[in-house]
Design a protein around this ligand. Structure first.
Ligand code: GTP
Length: 387
């Protein structure tokens, strides 16, 4: 196997929302790392890097920090320079990266795949081994609360905690459901079912004080960019459809490419326990104002909605919907290709979402024949393409 010959330093990326328990996890791993000689890179948003101070053994040289920025945004160049300098100047056999609570894990992971611009390439020294997300089980529901606010100092404009949390759950290999001491078992079961629906491929650990064993997060060999990207629950649901041929599930592709999946059992299991996941499809475009109104009056319990839709006013435009709890983005994301399957396909994931009433409410938002005939006369509140 190629991995056996790969002597680059393995990397575990630890993400999770603010206060979820990332530092606690890193400390536990350092304390129990045994034979591993672990270096830690911490990224924190504060002026003073409190996290680096908290990490056990931070007095020694193996903890470095990147302050005042988020490594998924403006610090990517710094991240590459820092990890490469670390590899050149010090001797260690494992790198743990603790990402700021607002980091989107995808660009950070891509940095370690050598996909960022710049003269230095971290893949010379490193290979990404595992992406871990620490989820605050206690705070999980709160973050899907419409009243939830972004933390001060966050430099992720337009993104809510729910957005960030969904990104982190959907893009991980290992999911640590932390602070289980604060949540009754029944609620914990529900949170676990939802996170498993959002990312069925992840290994889930229920923990208190992020007490995972080092083997759970170091050297797992679980990271696979293609796999983790296509395994997100909404993509699976889109591929599976309602038993008919699935449409292309990837955002980049709307071509009706046929795929096969084996996750039916998992979905059945989730459905039996109040986790809803369904695909709404339609050949008929939406009436823009009616759909816009409906997107404002969202049913309770929807944790995630994602997909593509058609508007009567824009026959050539692929409209995208991206909803994480209370935060919604809906707008143009591209143009349909000649041979695309131009159906609306929207995936809903949540708890006890009233599927029948969501379906009938969406049906009511579809344009009638008369409205389609006079589509140019309809007003369209959705944003225009950026041009
Ligand atoms: N009750 C309880 N508290 C926990 C648990 N895990 C961590 N904490 C506490 O939660 C707080 C935040 O933990 P950290 O490990 O600093 O979280 P973090 O994700 O690194 O936080 P940021 O770096 O600020 O994003 C600390 O006071 C921890 O002691 C847990 O399982 N249960």
């Amino acid at each position: 196997m190629a991995r056996m010959e790969d002597d680059r330093i393995p990397v575990t990326l630890v993400g999770g929302t603010l206060g979820a328990g990332k530092t606690t996890l890193v400390n536990n791993v350092l304390r129990n790392a045994g034979a591993h000689d672990v270096a830690v890179l911490v990224n924190d948003m504060g002026e003073v890097n409190i996290d680096a101070e908290l990490i056990a053994g931070s007095a020694d040289d193996d903890v470095i920090d990147l302050t005042n920025g988020c490594i998924c945004c403006q610090l990517q160049g710094d991240l590459v320079a820092a990890v490469n300098r670390l590899a050149r100047e010090r001797s260690f056999d494992y790198l743990l990266v603790e990402a700021s609570g607002i980091s989107d894990p995808v660009p950070v992971a891509r940095t370690f795949l050598g996909e960022t611009e710049g003269e230095e390439d971290p893949t010379d020294y490193y290979r990404l081994d595992t992406v871990v997300s620490v989820v605050d089980a206690y705070g999980f529901w709160k973050e899907f609360d419409p009243e939830a606010e972004r933390p001060d100092g966050s430099d992720a404009p337009g993104r809510t905690l729910a957005d960030v949390l969904v990104d982190q759950v959907e893009f991980c290999d290992v999911l640590v459901l932390n602070k289980c001491d604060l949540v009754p078992d029944e609620e914990l079961d529900e949170v676990e079912r939802v996170v498993r629906e959002l990312q069925p491929r992840a290994t889930v650990y229920r923990e208190t004080y992020a007490d995972v064993s080092p083997e759970a997060v170091l050297g797992t060999g679980l990271f696979d960019y293609e796999e983790v990207s296509r395994a997100a629950g909404w993509k699976r649901r889109m591929r599976e459809g309602d038993g008919r041929r699935g449409g292309g599930g990837d955002e980049e592709r709307h071509d009706g490419h046929e795929e096969h999946d084996h996750a039916d059992g998992e979905h059945d299991h989730a459905a039996a326990h109040g986790v809803t996941s369904f695909l709404y499809e339609s050949d008929r475009p939406f009436h823009p104002e009616r759909l816009d109104d409906y997107l404002e009056a969202w049913p309770d319990g929807v944790v995630r909605a994602k997909g593509f839709f058609r508007l009567a006013t824009r026959p050539e435009t692929v409209m995208g919907l991206n909803r994480a709890g209370p935060s919604v983005t809906a707008g143009p994301i591209g143009r349909w290709n000649e041979d695309d399957d131009r159906r609306t396909r929207l995936v809903f994931i949540g708890t006890d979402v009233p599927e029948a009433s969501v379906r009938s409410a969406l049906d009511d938002c579809l344009a009638t024949d008369a409205e389609l005939e006079d589509a140019e006369g309809l007003s369209d509140p959705f944003p225009s393409p950026p041009e």
